[in-house]
Design a protein. Structure first.
Length: 332
């Protein structure tokens, strides 16, 4: 600072005021200081400034891995929104959903000095007396089951599943089969519950649930089984990746989509419109979820009381994988 002050012909105090963005510094003086900083390669010490201010301008994100389309797209939106607000993002991906891993992630983020933490994970992992969250850190959770303890942002999973089932019933299908995600997944559970509730409300038969693990491979296995169900004319699949596997299995078994069976996915991944046929699916606005997470964290940091659940609506995107039943004859 002394070198910058000498080169610019100002006091060290003026250099400090320019570094901290003091609007009282006249523009000509500010420019002289900035030019001197550039010439000398001066950079303010952000760590020292953070300690002085008592905040770090950083948001931590703990997520269950980066293989999920939703997690990655939510994270992208969080990073963009945080950057626009002048905050950096520190990412801690977890390779396994254990209490020890979550506790270790919070400890690490506390050491790395963040002001807030966004959890893209199921809140059940926080339900333990052994887990002590840093008292100064604000927390926002992406999980609509996390009611009461933290501000929550999530996609309206149940609304999305209901719209998928409603679409297929409105086309004239007698019932809708369901390929669900893994039993331990809360998102899969909410979608399956909404699927069953929608059928029961209409007095329709509820077929047995098939289970997958979110991958195309598990969808392919379930699709082979569904191809043998002569009464199956409509399938709601809990994510687009499994739906891709279902489409492949149907193709190999000579089951035409949508002439023989209609298929609806969930997520609206970027590739969904390029499936054969293009996939009707439930669109989740992961970008909006990420933006609202950062907004909630920043409101907390400003001292506002932020509670409750913000659910981002879904929308059904109709493409060529659904149609009225009975357009073709199933192969024997």
């Amino acid at each position: 600072m002394a070198d910058v002050a000498a080169l610019a012909g100002v006091s060290s105090q003026t250099v400090s005021r320019v570094s901290n963005g003091d609007p009282a510094v006249i523009e000509s003086t500010r420019q002289k200081v900035l030019d001197a900083m550039k010439e000398l390669g001066y950079r303010p010490n952000s760590a020292a400034r953070a300690l002085k201010r008592g905040d770090f301008r950083a948001i931590g994100v703990i997520t269950m891995g980066l293989s999920s389309t939703g997690n990655v797209r939510t994270l992208e939106a969080i990073a963009g929104s945080a950057s626009r607000a002048g905050y950096a993002v520190t990412l801690i991906p977890l390779d396994a959903p254990t209490q020890d891993n979550v506790r270790g992630a919070f400890t690490r983020l506390d050491e790395l000095a963040v002001d807030a933490v966004i959890l893209i994970m199921e809140v059940r992992l926080l339900d333990t007396t052994a887990l002590r969250l840093p008292p100064h850190v604000k927390v926002v959770v992406v999980d609509s089951d996390a009611t009461g303890r933290f501000p929550v942002v999530d996609t309206d999973q149940r609304q999305g599943a209901r719209s998928a089932v409603r679409h297929l019933l409105d086309l004239g299908h007698e019932t809708v089969w369901h390929l669900a995600g893994p039993e331990e997944s809360f998102a899969a559970g909410r979608r399956a519950e909404a699927w069953e509730a929608a059928l029961r409300e209409e007095g329709r038969k509820v077929p047995p649930v098939l289970r997958g693990d979110w991958t195309p491979e598990s969808g392919y296995g379930a699709g082979l089984a569904l191809a043998e169900e002569a009464g199956c004319t409509a399938v709601f699949v809990a994510n687009d990746q499994m739906a891709l596997g279902v489409l492949r299995a149907f193709h190999e078994r000579g089951v035409r989509v949508p002439e023989d069976v209609s298929v609806v996915g969930f997520d609206d991944i970027a590739e969904a419109s390029s499936f054969i046929p293009p996939l009707t699916t439930v669109h989740q606005d992961f970008g909006k979820v990420g933006e609202l997470c950062v907004e909630a964290a920043l409101r907390e940091l400003r001292g506002e009381t932020v509670t409750g659940v913000q659910l981002v609506p879904t929308s059904l995107v109709e493409r060529a994988s659904t149609a009225v039943p009975g357009r073709g004859d199933r192969p024997a």
